[in-house]
Design a binder for this molecule. Structure first.
Ligand SMILES: [Cu+2]
Length: 174
């Protein structure tokens, strides 16, 4: 029997797997084909910087397979509605994006390790955590909308165990 070789062509396109991702992990620009696309994503694509309330959409990615975000700092207007769109371009690593109180990224991550993957590696109902995405797998994306905190400097971090030591930055509310 030699029929098995017919499957070999599936590997010709390394991007082909993107089309098999669950709907909620498909990048926003690809959601037009998904009737179940999250309504919050629709206005953002045509109005990247809504005015009037300081509302903003902030995009962040990772540096390939390195345990680093592609931004060292982010900023938003205090009290504004902010949507962080986190794209995980890594081909192998799972990450999240969490906004935490200044100086707490390592402690929050340590407690997140105890909380486990079912809680997205984040401590549950922890006042140090201001906002966070769920875990985002390789090649997927996730977003979170929240009200930017009061003026000051905060931290963002990936709380996947071990990533917090290199995968963080400052979040400035001004
Ligand atoms: Cu990570």
């Amino acid at each position: 029997m030699l029929l098995a070789i017919a499957c070999g062509s599936d590997e010709a396109d390394p991007n082909a797997t993107a089309t098999t991702a669950p709907p909620n992990t498909v990048p926003a620009q690809d959601r037009t084909a998904e009737p179940t696309a999250a309504p919050t994503a629709i206005p953002a694509t045509s109005a990247p910087a809504p005015t009037g309330s300081g509302a903003a959409v902030l995009d962040i990615d990772v540096n390939g397979d390195a345990l680093q975000f592609d931004l060292g700092s982010m900023s938003a207007s205090a009290g504004a509605e902010v949507t962080v769109k986190f794209t995980n371009s890594s081909s192998v690593n799972t990450h999240n994006w969490a906004l935490v109180e200044a100086g707490t990224k390592d402690a929050v991550s340590s407690d997140g390790t105890g909380a486990g993957p079912a809680n997205n590696w984040l401590p549950v109902d922890d006042p140090r955590v201001i906002a966070a995405t769920v875990l985002v797998g390789p090649g997927a994306s996730g977003e979170v909308t929240f009200t930017a905190p009061a003026s000051g400097t905060y931290q963002f971090v990936c709380t996947f165990p071990g990533h917090n030591f290199t995968m963080f930055g400052d979040f400035v509310a001004n």
